[in-house]
Write a protein that binds this ligand. Sequence first.
Ligand code: ZN
Length: 244
Amino acid sequence: MYKEFSSLNYNMRSSQASIKYLIYHYTACDLVTSLKILCDDKSLNPVSAHYLIDENGDIYQLVQEERRAWHAGKSSWEGHDDINSWSIGIELINPGHGPAYRNFPKAQMESLANLSLKIIQRHKIEPWHVLGHSDIAPTRKVDPGELFDWRWLASQGIGIVPSFEKTFAENYTSLKLLELLKQYGYGIDHSEENQLQIQAVLGAFQMHFTPLYITKQPNIETYHALLSLLKKKNEAFSSRRQVI
Ligand SMILES: [Zn+2]
């Protein structure tokens, strides 16, 4: 079921920005509370998203896509910091990290996949630009978390996940890993001795791409996953060049 709601929490996108990213979140509260929070402009800290998807698969449109919804907060990707201007945000009902954190049900994921495919086509969003809130705000956010099934979404043609090939040269150093995380898009300043930020970025990457190996520490598995993603991205670019 598709329902239109009207959140009052939006403004205009920056005139410099175009829709480039698709960002997934969980709400960490139930449907009634989520609708209230995402539509209430009287809150001290008003927030919103373009869409909200219930666990039963119902989709609520809260903000029109051409408008700037307020879901990203302080965040960064590929050097952009006003991610709200550059993205569409989708919230998923889920209790969030804590004792009740649970799998995102099939009906909810299927609605998400259908909606995402339309958004991706409409705005020509690249597979590597489909991200979690934790990717763009790793020191503040952990949603949608390791139970969110990125691999299934990739099987539906949404986003990108690594292949576990062992064919990469093992010239691994943790500094190289951090440099490549930045190259992939993460907002990371590895020149600083900022261990908390580095751990947060590693945790965000691992929740998204290696959810069975979340250590928040640099390691060769993370490095291989990242090389695989970069390789897929480069291959996508070079196959396009051949078509042209
Ligand atoms: Zn979020």
